[in-house]
Design a protein around this ligand. Sequence first.
Ligand code: MN
Length: 332
Amino acid sequence: MPAVTAPDILVLPRVPEPDAATAAERPVMSVTTAPSGFEGEGFPVRRAFAGVDLQQLDPFIHMDQMGEVEYAPGEPKGTPWHPHRGFETVTYIIDGVFRHQDSNGGGGLITNGDTQWMTAGGGILHIEEPPEELVMSGGLFHGFQLWVNLPRRLKMTAPRYQDIRAQQVSLLSSPDGGALIRVIAGDLAGHPGPGVTHTPISLLHVTLQPGARLHLPWRSDFNALVYVLGGSGTVGPDHRPLRTGQLAVFGAGDALTVDAARTQEGPGRELDILVLGGQPIREPVAAYGPFVMNTRDELVQAFEDFQAGRLGSIPAQHDEVPAEPHPGHDVL
Ligand code: MN
Protein backbone atom coordinates (compact mmCIF):
# COMPACT_ATOMS: atom_id res chain seq x y z
CA MET A 1 0.00 0.00 0.00
CA PRO A 2 1.47 3.36 -0.93
CA ALA A 3 1.72 5.20 2.39
CA VAL A 4 -1.33 7.29 3.20
CA THR A 5 -4.49 6.62 1.23
CA ALA A 6 -7.90 8.29 1.29
CA PRO A 7 -11.06 6.18 1.64
CA ASP A 8 -12.99 8.75 -0.42
CA ILE A 9 -10.82 10.95 -2.59
CA LEU A 10 -13.83 13.02 -3.71
CA VAL A 11 -14.27 14.68 -0.32
CA LEU A 12 -10.72 16.08 -0.37
CA PRO A 13 -9.91 19.70 -1.30
CA ARG A 14 -9.18 19.97 -5.01
CA VAL A 15 -6.17 21.62 -6.52
CA PRO A 16 -7.36 24.07 -9.18
CA GLU A 17 -6.24 23.61 -12.79
CA PRO A 18 -3.62 26.18 -13.81
CA ASP A 19 -5.20 29.04 -15.76
CA ALA A 20 -5.05 27.89 -19.39
CA ALA A 21 -4.88 31.48 -20.67
CA THR A 22 -1.97 32.68 -18.54
CA ALA A 23 -0.06 29.67 -17.18
CA ALA A 24 3.10 28.73 -19.09
CA GLU A 25 3.48 24.95 -19.34
CA ARG A 26 6.93 23.78 -18.26
CA PRO A 27 8.80 21.83 -20.96
CA VAL A 28 10.78 18.68 -20.07
CA MET A 29 14.53 19.36 -20.27
CA SER A 30 15.82 15.86 -19.54
CA VAL A 31 14.80 12.33 -18.58
CA THR A 32 17.40 10.20 -16.76
CA THR A 33 17.34 6.66 -15.39
CA ALA A 34 18.50 6.09 -11.82
CA PRO A 35 21.27 3.50 -11.50
CA SER A 36 20.85 0.90 -8.76
CA GLY A 37 23.30 0.59 -5.89
CA PHE A 38 23.56 -0.20 -2.21
CA GLU A 39 23.59 2.13 0.80
CA GLY A 40 24.78 1.70 4.36
CA GLU A 41 25.16 -1.93 5.36
CA GLY A 42 23.72 -3.01 2.04
CA PHE A 43 20.14 -1.94 1.42
CA PRO A 44 19.22 -1.56 -2.23
CA VAL A 45 18.71 1.98 -3.56
CA ARG A 46 18.13 3.81 -6.82
CA ARG A 47 20.24 7.00 -7.14
CA ALA A 48 17.46 9.24 -8.44
CA PHE A 49 19.59 12.27 -9.35
CA ALA A 50 22.60 10.50 -10.89
CA GLY A 51 23.79 12.15 -14.10
CA VAL A 52 21.88 15.41 -13.54
CA ASP A 53 23.76 18.72 -13.20
CA LEU A 54 23.64 20.11 -9.64
CA GLN A 55 22.53 23.50 -11.01
CA GLN A 56 19.33 21.90 -12.29
CA LEU A 57 18.73 20.11 -8.98
CA ASP A 58 19.45 23.17 -6.79
CA PRO A 59 18.38 23.35 -3.90
CA PHE A 60 18.40 19.53 -3.88
CA ILE A 61 21.63 17.55 -3.75
CA HIS A 62 20.85 13.86 -3.72
CA MET A 63 17.94 11.44 -3.57
CA ASP A 64 17.80 7.68 -3.01
CA GLN A 65 14.73 5.57 -3.59
CA MET A 66 15.15 2.87 -0.93
CA GLY A 67 13.74 -0.42 -2.21
CA GLU A 68 11.15 -1.34 -3.10
CA VAL A 69 12.41 -4.62 -1.69
CA GLU A 70 10.83 -7.70 -0.09
CA TYR A 71 13.28 -8.76 2.61
CA ALA A 72 13.66 -12.35 3.79
CA PRO A 73 13.83 -12.85 7.58
CA GLY A 74 17.22 -11.66 8.91
CA GLU A 75 17.91 -9.64 5.77
CA PRO A 76 16.77 -6.02 6.46
CA LYS A 77 19.69 -3.59 6.67
CA GLY A 78 20.39 0.00 7.69
CA THR A 79 23.38 2.28 8.10
CA PRO A 80 26.03 2.40 10.84
CA TRP A 81 26.48 5.65 12.86
CA HIS A 82 27.70 8.37 10.50
CA PRO A 83 28.04 12.19 10.46
CA HIS A 84 26.44 14.95 8.38
CA ARG A 85 27.02 18.68 8.02
CA GLY A 86 25.66 21.46 5.85
CA PHE A 87 22.24 20.24 4.69
CA GLU A 88 18.93 18.57 5.65
CA THR A 89 17.81 14.98 5.11
CA VAL A 90 14.18 14.06 4.51
CA THR A 91 13.32 10.39 4.94
CA TYR A 92 9.84 9.17 3.94
CA ILE A 93 8.71 5.60 4.45
CA ILE A 94 6.03 4.19 2.16
CA ASP A 95 6.18 0.57 3.33
CA GLY A 96 8.02 -0.90 6.29
CA VAL A 97 9.67 0.61 9.35
CA PHE A 98 12.90 2.56 9.84
CA ARG A 99 14.41 3.63 13.14
CA HIS A 100 16.36 6.84 13.41
CA GLN A 101 18.52 8.04 16.27
CA ASP A 102 20.85 11.03 16.39
CA SER A 103 23.47 12.64 18.62
CA ASN A 104 21.17 15.62 19.15
CA GLY A 105 18.56 13.54 20.97
CA GLY A 106 16.25 13.20 17.96
CA GLY A 107 14.89 9.83 17.04
CA GLY A 108 11.98 7.53 16.60
CA LEU A 109 10.35 4.93 14.43
CA ILE A 110 8.89 5.97 11.12
CA THR A 111 6.50 3.76 9.22
CA ASN A 112 3.93 3.85 6.42
CA GLY A 113 3.59 7.49 5.31
CA ASP A 114 5.72 9.00 8.10
CA THR A 115 8.55 11.43 7.43
CA GLN A 116 11.58 12.32 9.48
CA TRP A 117 13.18 15.62 8.71
CA MET A 118 16.67 16.11 10.06
CA THR A 119 18.58 19.36 9.80
CA ALA A 120 22.22 18.38 10.17
CA GLY A 121 23.31 22.03 10.18
CA GLY A 122 26.72 22.43 11.82
CA GLY A 123 26.98 18.76 12.64
CA ILE A 124 25.19 15.63 13.74
CA LEU A 125 25.78 11.90 14.00
CA HIS A 126 22.94 9.54 13.24
CA ILE A 127 21.98 5.96 12.54
CA GLU A 128 19.17 4.70 10.31
CA GLU A 129 18.20 1.08 10.63
CA PRO A 130 15.30 -1.36 10.62
CA PRO A 131 14.09 -2.21 14.13
CA GLU A 132 14.91 -5.64 15.55
CA GLU A 133 11.38 -7.00 14.91
CA LEU A 134 11.63 -6.17 11.21
CA VAL A 135 15.07 -7.75 10.96
CA MET A 136 13.59 -10.93 12.44
CA SER A 137 10.45 -10.99 10.33
CA GLY A 138 11.67 -9.50 7.05
CA GLY A 139 9.00 -7.93 4.84
CA LEU A 140 8.36 -5.12 2.42
CA PHE A 141 10.53 -2.00 2.60
CA HIS A 142 10.10 1.08 0.41
CA GLY A 143 10.81 4.78 0.88
CA PHE A 144 13.12 7.57 -0.13
CA GLN A 145 15.69 9.93 1.32
CA LEU A 146 16.16 13.41 -0.09
CA TRP A 147 19.02 15.81 0.69
CA VAL A 148 18.07 19.50 0.73
CA ASN A 149 20.94 21.96 0.68
CA LEU A 150 21.40 24.82 3.15
CA PRO A 151 22.66 28.25 2.07
CA ARG A 152 26.04 29.47 3.33
CA ARG A 153 24.46 31.48 6.18
CA LEU A 154 22.72 28.34 7.55
CA LYS A 155 25.40 25.68 6.98
CA MET A 156 26.39 25.78 10.66
CA THR A 157 22.88 26.27 12.08
CA ALA A 158 21.80 24.20 15.09
CA PRO A 159 20.64 20.64 14.31
CA ARG A 160 16.86 20.09 14.31
CA TYR A 161 14.67 17.02 14.11
CA GLN A 162 11.04 16.90 12.97
CA ASP A 163 8.85 13.86 13.23
CA ILE A 164 6.02 14.11 10.74
CA ARG A 165 3.30 11.51 11.12
CA ALA A 166 1.32 10.21 8.17
CA GLN A 167 -1.88 11.77 9.55
CA GLN A 168 -0.32 15.27 9.40
CA VAL A 169 0.32 15.10 5.66
CA SER A 170 -2.16 17.27 3.71
CA LEU A 171 -4.29 15.26 1.29
CA LEU A 172 -5.60 16.89 -1.86
CA SER A 173 -7.23 15.69 -5.06
CA SER A 174 -6.89 16.56 -8.72
CA PRO A 175 -10.09 18.18 -10.10
CA ASP A 176 -11.52 14.86 -11.40
CA GLY A 177 -10.40 12.71 -8.46
CA GLY A 178 -7.92 10.74 -10.58
CA ALA A 179 -4.87 11.72 -8.55
CA LEU A 180 -4.29 11.70 -4.79
CA ILE A 181 -1.80 14.40 -3.77
CA ARG A 182 0.02 14.22 -0.44
CA VAL A 183 1.74 17.48 0.52
CA ILE A 184 4.69 16.50 2.71
CA ALA A 185 6.44 19.86 2.83
CA GLY A 186 5.99 23.38 1.53
CA ASP A 187 2.64 24.11 -0.03
CA LEU A 188 0.64 23.52 -3.16
CA ALA A 189 -1.83 26.15 -4.36
CA GLY A 190 -2.17 27.50 -0.82
CA HIS A 191 -2.48 24.10 0.91
CA PRO A 192 0.46 23.75 3.31
CA GLY A 193 2.15 20.49 4.28
CA PRO A 194 3.67 19.80 7.70
CA GLY A 195 7.42 19.88 6.94
CA VAL A 196 9.23 23.08 7.97
CA THR A 197 12.26 23.78 5.83
CA HIS A 198 15.03 26.35 5.97
CA THR A 199 15.17 26.41 2.18
CA PRO A 200 11.74 26.98 0.57
CA ILE A 201 10.64 23.78 -1.20
CA SER A 202 7.50 21.85 -2.11
CA LEU A 203 7.50 18.07 -1.84
CA LEU A 204 4.53 15.98 -3.00
CA HIS A 205 3.87 12.25 -3.16
CA VAL A 206 1.20 11.71 -5.81
CA THR A 207 -0.66 8.54 -6.85
CA LEU A 208 -2.40 8.65 -10.22
CA GLN A 209 -5.00 6.13 -11.33
CA PRO A 210 -4.41 4.53 -14.77
CA GLY A 211 -5.13 7.14 -17.48
CA ALA A 212 -5.37 10.03 -14.98
CA ARG A 213 -3.84 13.46 -15.59
CA LEU A 214 -2.03 15.65 -13.08
CA HIS A 215 -1.93 19.28 -14.20
CA LEU A 216 -0.45 21.35 -11.38
CA PRO A 217 0.19 25.03 -10.82
CA TRP A 218 3.89 25.27 -9.83
CA ARG A 219 5.70 28.35 -8.52
CA SER A 220 7.79 29.90 -11.28
CA ASP A 221 10.63 30.74 -8.86
CA PHE A 222 10.98 27.00 -7.97
CA ASN A 223 12.65 24.35 -10.08
CA ALA A 224 10.48 21.32 -10.89
CA LEU A 225 11.34 17.60 -10.84
CA VAL A 226 9.20 14.47 -11.19
CA TYR A 227 10.56 11.09 -10.11
CA VAL A 228 8.67 7.82 -10.69
CA LEU A 229 8.57 5.52 -7.66
CA GLY A 230 6.50 2.98 -9.56
CA GLY A 231 4.46 2.76 -12.76
CA SER A 232 4.64 4.52 -16.11
CA GLY A 233 3.27 7.51 -17.98
CA THR A 234 4.35 10.65 -19.80
CA VAL A 235 5.46 14.13 -18.73
CA GLY A 236 5.21 17.60 -20.21
CA PRO A 237 3.45 18.99 -23.26
CA ASP A 238 5.43 16.69 -25.59
CA HIS A 239 4.41 13.55 -23.64
CA ARG A 240 7.92 12.26 -22.91
CA PRO A 241 7.68 8.67 -21.60
CA LEU A 242 8.66 8.19 -17.94
CA ARG A 243 8.70 4.97 -15.91
CA THR A 244 9.85 3.46 -12.60
CA GLY A 245 13.24 4.84 -11.54
CA GLN A 246 13.28 7.75 -14.00
CA LEU A 247 13.57 11.47 -13.27
CA ALA A 248 12.22 14.32 -15.40
CA VAL A 249 13.73 17.79 -15.02
CA PHE A 250 11.35 20.53 -16.12
CA GLY A 251 12.30 23.91 -17.57
CA ALA A 252 10.84 27.33 -16.77
CA GLY A 253 7.12 27.98 -16.48
CA ASP A 254 4.33 27.91 -13.92
CA ALA A 255 2.47 24.66 -14.59
CA LEU A 256 3.46 21.03 -15.09
CA THR A 257 1.72 17.96 -16.46
CA VAL A 258 2.03 14.24 -15.76
CA ASP A 259 -0.18 11.66 -17.51
CA ALA A 260 -0.50 8.11 -16.19
CA ALA A 261 -0.46 5.31 -18.75
CA ARG A 262 -3.80 3.53 -19.18
CA THR A 263 -2.23 0.21 -18.28
CA GLN A 264 -0.07 0.07 -15.18
CA GLU A 265 2.10 -2.87 -14.28
CA GLY A 266 3.49 -3.79 -10.88
CA PRO A 267 1.76 -4.48 -7.59
CA GLY A 268 0.13 -1.04 -7.20
CA ARG A 269 -1.38 -0.82 -10.68
CA GLU A 270 -1.05 2.95 -10.26
CA LEU A 271 1.48 5.61 -11.17
CA ASP A 272 3.28 6.62 -7.99
CA ILE A 273 5.49 9.73 -8.24
CA LEU A 274 7.30 12.41 -6.29
CA VAL A 275 6.90 15.99 -7.46
CA LEU A 276 9.46 18.33 -5.96
CA GLY A 277 10.93 21.75 -6.42
CA GLY A 278 12.48 24.59 -4.47
CA GLN A 279 14.11 27.96 -4.59
CA PRO A 280 17.61 27.58 -6.02
CA ILE A 281 20.34 28.65 -3.57
CA ARG A 282 22.81 29.51 -6.37
CA GLU A 283 25.99 29.12 -4.34
CA PRO A 284 29.04 26.94 -5.07
CA VAL A 285 28.58 23.34 -3.83
CA ALA A 286 31.47 21.29 -2.44
CA ALA A 287 30.00 17.90 -1.57
CA TYR A 288 31.86 14.81 -0.47
CA GLY A 289 30.45 11.78 1.31
CA PRO A 290 28.25 12.92 4.19
CA PHE A 291 29.13 16.65 3.97
CA VAL A 292 27.76 19.38 1.71
CA MET A 293 29.62 22.68 1.99
CA ASN A 294 30.50 25.68 -0.20
CA THR A 295 34.26 25.18 -0.49
CA ARG A 296 36.88 22.43 -0.40
CA ASP A 297 38.46 23.99 2.70
CA GLU A 298 35.14 23.70 4.52
CA LEU A 299 34.98 20.00 3.57
CA VAL A 300 38.46 19.43 5.00
CA GLN A 301 37.35 21.28 8.14
CA ALA A 302 34.24 19.07 8.38
CA PHE A 303 36.37 15.89 8.25
CA GLU A 304 38.74 17.33 10.88
CA ASP A 305 35.84 18.32 13.13
CA PHE A 306 34.29 14.85 12.74
CA GLN A 307 37.58 13.15 13.59
CA ALA A 308 37.98 15.39 16.65
CA GLY A 309 34.47 14.47 17.85
CA ARG A 310 33.06 17.96 17.31
CA LEU A 311 30.07 16.74 15.27
CA GLY A 312 28.58 15.04 18.31
CA SER A 313 28.98 11.73 20.06
CA ILE A 314 27.04 8.51 19.93
CA PRO A 315 24.58 8.40 22.81
CA ALA A 316 24.97 5.63 25.37
CA GLN A 317 22.86 2.56 24.70
CA HIS A 318 21.08 1.00 27.63
CA ASP A 319 18.38 -1.08 26.06
CA GLU A 320 19.76 -3.42 23.45
CA VAL A 321 23.24 -4.46 24.52
CA PRO A 322 23.12 -7.85 26.26
CA ALA A 323 24.96 -7.83 29.59
CA GLU A 324 28.41 -9.40 29.38
CA PRO A 325 29.35 -11.78 32.20
CA HIS A 326 31.39 -9.74 34.66
CA PRO A 327 35.13 -10.47 34.27
CA GLY A 328 36.39 -12.62 37.09
CA HIS A 329 33.02 -14.22 37.81
CA ASP A 330 32.55 -17.87 37.05
CA VAL A 331 29.38 -18.64 35.15
CA LEU A 332 28.07 -21.93 36.47
MN1 MN B 1 22.51 9.73 6.99
